[in-house]
Design a protein around this ligand. Sequence first.
Ligand code: AHR
Length: 640
Amino acid sequence: RLTVQAGESGKAISPHLIGIFFEDLNYAADGGLYAELIQNRSFEYSPTEQSSWHPLSFWELQKRGGGDGSVGVANMRPIHENNPHYALLQVRTPGEGVGIANGGFGGIPLKEGETYEASFWAYQAFMGIMWGRGDNSKPMPVSLRLETTDGEVLAEAGMEILGRDWRKVSARLTPTRTVNDARLVLLAHAQGALCIDMVSLFPEKTFRNRPNGLRADLAQALADLNPRFVRFPGGCLVHAGGIRRYYNWKDTIGPVEQRRARPNHAWGYHQTMGLGYFEYFQFCKDIGAKPLPIVAAGVSCQHAGHSPGRGQEGLPMEEMPAYIQDVLDLIEWANGPATSKWGAHRAAAGHPEPFALKYLGVGNEEAVTPIFKERFKMIYDAIKQKHPEIVVIGTSGPFAGGEDFDNGWAFAKKLNLAMVDEHYYVSPQWFWDNLDRYDRYDRNSAKVYAGEYAAHDRDRRRNTLRSALAEAAGLTSFERNGDLVHFASYAPLLARRGHTQWHPDLIYFNGTEVFLTANYYVQQLFGQNSGDRYLETTFEADNAKKLAASSVIDSESGDLIVKIVNGAEEPVAIDIRLAGFASDVAMKAVRTVLTGPDADAANKDGEPPAVKPASSTETIRPRFAYIAPAHSLTVFRIHR
Ligand code: AHR
């Protein structure tokens, strides 16, 4: 029997419980959520990222119809000091064109009839004059084409480059047919030389049509989770690679050609920083989620894989004031008036109103050593003093349960922190065995942010229904403890097929498709059916080991939402009682069931999902019988 104290007002819980954690691993940013279709657009790829990479990686010299010339890399007089390299194209014999081609991230996907914004920066170099053949007083004719791999032209635009100053040129291209493996080709048509940088191609249709925006289908999949907050940019990404390589938010704002691209020190590829702080905050605003940035705590990552041979290092004390100032500047950038120094940068980017930053994470999973404690406290004290309105979120240390974890909590309690971030990647059974974890936490101490969690099944590459239901059971306990657990986010969020470094993830994708896992649907059902008050919910069952339930009220709609997880092999007959309601009242309810053929069921790319929610509408009474299918999550959304 399941009893919900539906006649009572229950207890207040976090209305922001379900959120997302975006980290750039598995090509989640470039080649992922960031809609840019050109790979290595600014010729900044380097062997420090992958040993075979160099500034011309993913570019190919083109010599068409008798054309002859070469392409190299130069760094004199770049567009901006943060963007030092560019391509130097020399045309000896123009033929039908000499240039460069880029196939994006494994082929550029194009849709017939849709428009793409192509652009590049260029100026005429002196080289041609030095050979005594080119003439820089005449413009260089250039064409930009979208082509198939065998050279069929799908769209084309012409332009001219004249002069010795960097200039941006753009063209709108509309391909004549849909292909998934196109290339962007830039061809010069006269003798001479061109300096070329920032070659870019964006679909005109980005999420909410933002310029420099996000891939619409992926961003929509995130929005469909109805996340109440977005944590970014990491993860270990914020502090990997050694001490002075932490992620610097200031490198990620301003015109894209002036941002400092860099190696992704945690995950070993390239970050254009085209998806930067402005884009993260704008996305949060677009989907009505709270921004939750994480900054490094003045120490580097201790994980051997992320800072090889270095262990945890601390910023030298003499560098801490400048670092702390960077953190304070971030708050001013997000919340300050457009007339403030950093607020003016935000306004110049097109957002004069403040972004209403309230939460800021300092640190990610650090070993809670004296080096860490000293620096964390300095940053925390400075924020508290200058911005008492900001809620600083600390860290419990690496993974729930270890020695550092206890140290992390003891330190947080000593500082009287408002919230602590806990991480756990554990077995499905761990979730079932620890459903009472937060029931036991001290209510007079910091709130909990379950910042990274996932149930890892035996085969970590499979997002099984078993793992998803274990997370669902965990989420019922988060809701029950929603007075303490303020935020929760599954991790990791996104993974591009062919570039997946970590399994399992919530959402997989390729260039054109998005694959939703069973775990995604669990997050979605909790995200779309969250509440702000918790009603006491009790199961009386002979064998309640694989049963979990929670009930919340969504005050805005007035709906009562009951979630039931049956992780057992058999269906379970449940006598549901909504105590406190008159016994004859009839109520409309939407029942949504997420289940699959067995606990091992997992959705496969390109096939109809084996695990997917199905909804029906029914009329229920305060006492009703329900058979929860084997391996299922059921959500009753009851209009009272
Ligand atoms: O989510 C993947 C990684 O797991 C994160 O970067 C890190 O915080 C954790 O170790």
